[in-house]
Design a protein around this ligand. Structure first.
Ligand SMILES: *Cc1c(COP(=O)(O)O)cnc(C)c1O
Length: 451
């Protein structure tokens, strides 16, 4: 075991050391070589060291270098050294985070992370949290709590009696709602299509002058950090209107909520802390390994009611917080450990520095591209940049060139009728040199397409 883990560390370190020099997306040949991992299932066991060598030789070149400094696709983030180290040790521990009695260390670390998270993000102390796989599941879990609370107020027990015959719930979302909120609504029996959509402005923010009438059977889903522009819905206005009406406000704050750690971006989030629930991603901007997110609910009883199991003689809850009563999962890995490692290794100032640096780098990208004559389509308020390289066709060709060139990686999007390239700066590993190299490659490619 010791030799195997030592060899693993050597190979992993070699992979990470080379990541700055390799192309970001794997080549076609690298992907084709993955066939070597298949074939008929071997009849006999094999030596784990041989298997590791095969996985590294074939698998490593076919990875997408998302954990390096020049991946700007989607919103992904890398892995901080302390978070990776904690992930390895936690892998060796192989804890089941389901119940306190199965893993006191995981249960305790989750409680510590809960305190640090409310402190860092300005959320209500004492909020309940479920440690889930990402924001999709965090949206699902928090909206399950919202559904439970709103129906309970109307005299309906959705956990026992289901949705058939239940009083109606009104769901309000913005025109630029993230698809994961709609997916969560569909999984909860609330439907993707029966939502009320609030018109958005040019940055994708809900228009405060176009809010519908709210009441106490409304769940209002707002966004802190639009996945294209980084813009924030007007939380202060919405939360105060919702409070007067008795409506529930849920915040999809996947990456944007991390802006709260910096006084520079705090004003964008004004009022967000007055909501009832929040969904946060940790594998994005906190830079822990995939997969990791947190569902946060102000009133713990609602998450607990939505996520508790019925009774089973062998699963007796302990006193205190029982982790499985906050998540859709029962058995799961102890992903709180990496959050603890990331937060403790960076500290408040390190986290703030990382967020501010990434936002500054986004502005640097926008500046370089604008100076080279290309149009920036959004107000760069956070870490997201939308750029057009001319016509839709030209922009798509530039994106394809950038992806195959390999210096960096960006994807495309449609933004209010324009075809655009998205740049998301969300990795601790991104240096200013990475930004300059990548911007230069983008400009080179865009000019060659123009000619
Ligand atoms: C990424 C993202 C999600 C979905 O998060 P996953 O971690 O992929 O499940 C939801 N909302 C926003 C705004 C996001 O950026």
């Amino acid at each position: 075991m010791k030799e195997l883990l030592g060899e693993t560390a050597v190979r992993a370190a070699r992979y990470l050391a080379a990541i700055g020099d390799r192309r970001v997306a794997p080549g076609v040949e690298d992907i084709a070589r993955l066939e070597a991992l298949g074939g008929a299932l071997p009849e006999k066991p094999c030596d784990p060291a041989e298997l590791l060598a095969l996985l590294d030789d074939i698998g490593s070149p076919a990875t997408v270098a998302t954990t390096g400094g020049r991946y700007f696709g989607f919103v992904i983030g890398g892995t901080l050294p302390a978070a990776l180290a904690a992930n390895w040790l936690a892998g060796a521990w192989d804890q089941n985070a389901c119940m306190r009695i199965m893993s006191p260390v995981s249960a305790k670390i989750e409680e510590i992370v809960m305190e640090w998270t409310v402190d860092l993000l300005g959320l209500p102390p004492g909020s309940a949290m479920g440690f889930v796989t990402g924001t999709t599941m965090a949206n699902f879990s928090a909206l399950a709590a919202a559904r439970s609370a709103v129906l309970k107020r109307a005299g309906w027990n959705v956990e026992e009696d289901g949705m058939f015959g239940a009083p109606e719930i009104r769901i309000v979302v913005g025109e630029d709602v993230h698809v994961s909120v709609l997916k969560a609504l569909s999984m909860l029996g609330l439907g993707r299509s029966r939502v009320i959509k609030v018109p958005a402005d040019g940055q994708g923010r809900m228009r405060a002058d176009a809010l519908p009438v709210l009441d106490d059977h409304t769940v209002f889903c707002i966004q802190a950090g639009n996945v294209n522009t980084g813009a924030f819905d007007p939380a202060k206005e919405i939360c105060s209107r919702a409070r007067d009406a008795g409506a529930w406000v849920h915040v999809d704050g996947a990456f944007g909520l991390w802006g709260a750690v910096s006084p520079l971006y705090g004003p964008l989030l004004e009022g967000v802390g007055a909501a009832d629930s929040w969904a946060i991603d940790c594998h994005k901007w906190l830079n822990v390994p995939q997969d990791s997110g947190i569902a946060v609910v102000r009133e713990p009883e609602h998450l607990r009611r939505a996520m508790s199991w019925g009774s089973a003689a062998y699963l007796t809850p302990s006193t205190g917080r029982e982790p499985s009563h906050s998540t859709p999962d029962s058995s799961r890995r102890a992903r709180g450990i990496e959050l603890w490692a990331a937060m403790r290794s960076l500290g408040r100032s390190g986290l703030r520095e990382m967020i501010e640096r990434n936002c500054r780098q986004a502005r640097l990208f926008a500046d370089r591209l604008h100076t080279a004559g290309f149009e920036i389509l959004n107000d760069v308020v956070l870490n997201q940049v939308l750029v057009s390289f001319g016509s839709a066709e030209q922009t798509l060709r530039v994106i394809a060139e950038i992806q195959s060139d390999g210096t960096c990686w960006c994807g495309g999007t449609q933004w209010h009728g324009h075809t655009a390239m998205r740049i998301s700066v969300s990795s601790w590993a991104t240096s200013d040199d990475d930004v300059e190299r990548s911007a230069a490659a983008m400009i080179r490619m865009a000019q060659s397409v123009k000619e």
